[in-house]
Design a protein around this ligand. Sequence first.
Ligand code: SF4
Length: 289
Amino acid sequence: MHYEGNIIRPPSEANSILLQVTVGCSRNKCTFCGTYKGERFRIKRDSVIMEDIAFAARHCQRQRRVFLCDGDALIIPQKRLLKILKEIEKQLPWVTRVGLYANAKALNMKTVDELEELKAHGVGIAYMGLETGDDVTLKKINKGASAAYMIEMGRKAKQAGFKLSITVLLGIAGPERSQIHAQETGRVLTAIDPNYVGALSLMLIPETPLFDEYESGAFQLIEPREMLSELRTMIAGTNLTGGLFHANHASNYLPIRARFPKEKEATLQLIDDALEGKVPLKPEYLRAL
Ligand code: SF4
């Protein structure tokens, strides 16, 4: 495989064939994100992608899923993306699902019909970074999208038939807006009604603008208890018709995995117990990105 730079994928795609179709992220401006720093976004050459699919056809016959890396593969023009998907269908007929990261801009650039066409050719899940539903914080972190726009684009992905997985970031609003961030994020998640929500705890990455803000004192990290309290407010304010809310990433202090709506109340109780000290939190040295 012709991998270049940092290859990241959602935890749930750990066993997928990682097919890198773009290098970097077309936005690359979010203040907390260091994943593709210094990387100029580009779509990889078709010939290289086709070689990698042929490689996967020979060596990855036991993997049932493909994940299209990097940042937002959905931004690839429709014709080119379809060509890639059709080649996957032809060469890897055992693959049951293709996944990709999809930011709001990329979703906006495709019509619902186009997204449905991608769905018909294998795209089964889109991963979208919401981070927060709080407009003030979205602006501060330079996400390039308002909460209303995120709602519209998230719904569009669902309308096209994709499963939708949304990532939110605990701690991203700092101490002052922590609870507003939690409430607004719950509101936006409810409005989108995704299939999966993953809540990660913010960890600062050196050489990012947010890290610099932290060093200068302009941004403060919240304490583990405040993160949990944020998570509690977020879960309390989120109503999903049937999604899975998890906060079990390695960077989280208390692993949570709640099937909504059934396990929502029990999860709130677990968090309350942790806040009261009845359940131990993960020590700092065990946290990882
Ligand atoms: S958070 Fe996502 S959209 Fe923002 S720069 Fe990083 S990869 Fe790109």
